[in-house]
Design a protein. Structure first.
Length: 448
């Protein structure tokens, strides 16, 4: 059985394999190189000791703190506590900080001589022959702003350093400036950074200018560069307008703003059936009628013919009273209605009464049963029905199914009436006729 592609033996010769594509994050990755502390940042002395300069510009908790950048070290906090306790026995406080992915250790030394000795000799890691030199913490009143610079001119490093110092010194004291180099080959990509201190004492003669997004080059204003920083005012990322009047979505220089403006028109309601705007769906002539549920009727149990061959539905919506002088009528078969019934159930109950009344008599040629319904009071409807002639039992196949007299009526033997709190009744007449083949048919007559 063949294995899936991901389980095939990779050692088999299956042709040249395609090298994996490098990630764009690694292609576009850059490294920041300081133009001020470049010579002292990472050097090796005559003894083979690697010296790493910590380029940290942070405000310390108290005056006299020094900062170590230990991002390149794998030691734990416990190991650092041990190294600091051995090399700086007069330390007073130690704190660990995180700045992005950089690990920083702040050490407080109360004595000025010990502090100067730590700045010159740093923290030694003899197992790797590495020494990390600290940076003194800034004063408490310092206001440090880190700028990201873009669209820098393609000049030499010395020209870039001089140009950035002269272009940015109007905004504050220059602490550090640098450029960004491509990570793999070290190519300058026209980007850089700057760290400035915007604090100025009240005795200063010329105050610092406010930072702006578009910074002109010191000797060529048309060849300026752009600066961004944390919590800067909003600006347009399309035209780089820093006045705050618009953003990129509303920029007048974009293509969709240069086109003719289209006045929006409110959509008119239309019919969902024919898409006409002259009417809505509820008044549409093409709309299909809503299907209404209907209960089984008497016509569902008979076969249609040219002439009526079965009993038509009797439109009885209210209980009726059967009143007859026939001595053969079974009074116990006259029910008293309990609740509202459908037309088919009322018809079945009526034929049950007729069957029980005339099933013992002789076979007739025609049977007529008539009923007149009248209202005796607003809250009581009384109906009467008279049966004339003799009747044999009707065909059982014409009777609707799933009907039970005991579930709907109660028998009243004293009066032989059906009482109800109905407000109205209907009139009806039914004629029962026996066919030559022995079956019966019913016909609803027009009331007179």
């Amino acid at each position: 059985m063949a294995l899936p592609d991901n389980n095939q033996n990779p050692n088999l010769d299956s042709g040249p394999s395609r090298p994996p594509r490098p990630l764009w994050s690694r292609i576009a990755a850059t490294t920041k190189t300081s133009l001020i502390f470049n010579e002292d940042s990472n050097t090796v002395n005559e003894d083979g000791l690697t010296i790493i300069k910590s380029l940290l510009f942070r405000v310390g908790r108290t005056e006299g703190s020094i900062m170590f950048d230990v991002t390149s070290r794998p030691e734990s906090q416990r190991d650092f506590f041990k190294i600091i306790a051995i090399q700086f026995p007069t330390r007073w406080g130690v704190a660990f900080h995180m700045e992005g992915n950089r690990k920083i250790i702040e050490v407080q030394l109360l004595e000025a001589e010990k502090r100067q000795h730590a700045l010159e000799h740093g923290m030694l890691f003899p197992q790797d022959n590495v020494c990390i030199l600290p940076t003194p913490a800034l004063d408490d009143d310092a206001k440090i702003i880190r700028l990201n610079l873009s669209h820098l001119p393609f000049c030499h490093e010395e020209e870039i350093l001089i140009g950035l110092r002269k272009s940015l010194n109007i905004f504050g004291r220059i602490v550090d400036v640098g450029v960004s180099l491509e990570k793999e080959f070290g190519t300058y990509v026209g980007q850089g950074y700057a760290v400035i201190d915007t604090y100025q004492s009240a005795e200063a003669d010329i105050p610092y200018a406010l930072l702006t997004h578009n910074v002109p080059w010191w000797n060529s204003p048309s060849r300026g560069f752009r600066a961004t920083w944390h919590d800067m005012p909003p600006f347009c990322t399309y035209c780089h307008d820093a006045t705050g009047t618009h953003i990129a979505r509303d920029c007048p220089k974009t293509r969709h703003h240069k086109r003719a403006k289209i006045v929006p028109v409110k959509a008119q309601p239309k019919c969902w059936e024919c898409d006409s705007t002259e009417h809505l769906r509820h008044a549409c002539l093409l709309k299909k009628p809503r299907r209404t549920p209907t209960s089984p009727t008497f016509s569902d149990y008979i076969t249609p013919d040219a002439e009526p061959t079965s009993r038509d539905l009797m439109d009885i919506t209210e209980p009726v009273v059967l009143d007859s002088d026939d001595e053969d009528m079974d009074m116990n078969a006259i029910p008293e209605r309990k609740d509202s019934l459908s037309d088919s159930q009322l018809e079945a109950r009526l034929f049950d009464v007729l069957d029980n009344t005339y099933q013992s008599t002789s076979t007739p040629t025609e049977i007529v049963a008539s009923g007149d319904c009248t209202n005796s009071s607003p809250n009581n409807g009384v109906s009467s029905m008279e049966g004339q002639s003799n009747c044999a039992p009707r065909t059982p196949s014409l009777r609707p199914r799933n009907t039970s007299t005991s579930d709907i009526f109660t028998t009243s033997t004293e009066t032989g009436t059906i009482t109800s709190e109905a407000n109205s009744c209907k009139k009806m007449k039914i004629m029962l006729t026996k066919n030559p083949d022995g079956t019966y048919r019913s016909t609803k007559l027009t009331p007179q």
